[in-house]
Design a protein around this ligand. Structure first.
Ligand SMILES: [Cu+2]
Length: 214
């Protein structure tokens, strides 16, 4: 009987030997069928792994004395995992909480005010205001949790969001003008109708969010 340990040599024998040599060989038939089942399993697993990869996006975040990354992956169920990592000069990227938002345009330039070309907060609907201190704050669709920076100017924030998508649709980050991530100097106090400082204040770093083409 097939002992489960001689698959490879037996299979080679099966491929190389004349068919008449094992016409009556039930062990060979078993191995043949086992090989087909394994092949189907392997193929099936690969297809499932491809489907689970999901859409991915990234951004390189830069600002004076600050660098970082954003990574995002959309699950098949529509949730978007977001991870932001930052490091910088601790005198600039100070310890404590800093506001993190997705802003409405995928550009980071800005004359006078740093990164002002990124526009207001990403918020295509249902209220649809991109002004940081409007009444619908903190319900802008692109508002993310504050990131906590340590005393040596490093921090990481991870979250799941369902208020925007990487795929096409009314809340896609990849609308006609794209989207950017902005890191603020202060914490976002999550206040409705607060001041600009309550919404994070000055912009310290920015990154254009880009879809990763697979
Ligand atoms: Cu912002």
């Amino acid at each position: 009987m097939y002992d489960g340990t001689s698959f490879a040599p037996s299979y080679i024998f099966y491929k190389c030997a004349p068919k008449s040599a094992f016409n009556q060989n039930t062990d060979m038939k078993f191995i043949y069928h086992l090989a087909i089942v394994l092949l189907l399993l392997i193929t099936g697993c690969n297809q499932s792994a491809d489907a689970d990869k999901g859409l991915q996006a990234s951004a390189t975040i830069t600002g004076p004395s600050i660098t970082g990354t954003l990574k995002a992956i959309q699950s098949p169920h529509g949730f978007v995992w977001v991870a932001v990592e930052l490091q910088g000069d601790a005198k600039v990227l100070t310890s404590g909480l800093h506001g993190v938002h997705i802003h409405e345009k995928g550009v980071c330039q800005g004359e006078g005010k740093p990164f002002s070309a990124a526009g207001g907060h990403f918020d295509p609907g249902p209220v649809g205001s991109s002004t940081p201190v409007e009444k619908n704050h903190p319900y802008h669709l692109g508002d993310l949790p504050n990131i906590k920076i340590n005393v040596i100017g490093q921090g990481k924030m991870e979250t799941f969001a369902n208020s925007f998508s990487l795929s096409d649709g009314p809340t896609s980050l990849f609308d006609s003008d794209g989207s950017a991530i902005i890191i603020h100097k202060l914490a976002d106090q999550r206040k409705s109708g607060g001041t600009a400082d309550d919404a994070g204040g000055a912009r310290q770093a920015c990154g254009v969010i880009e879809l990763i083409k697979s």
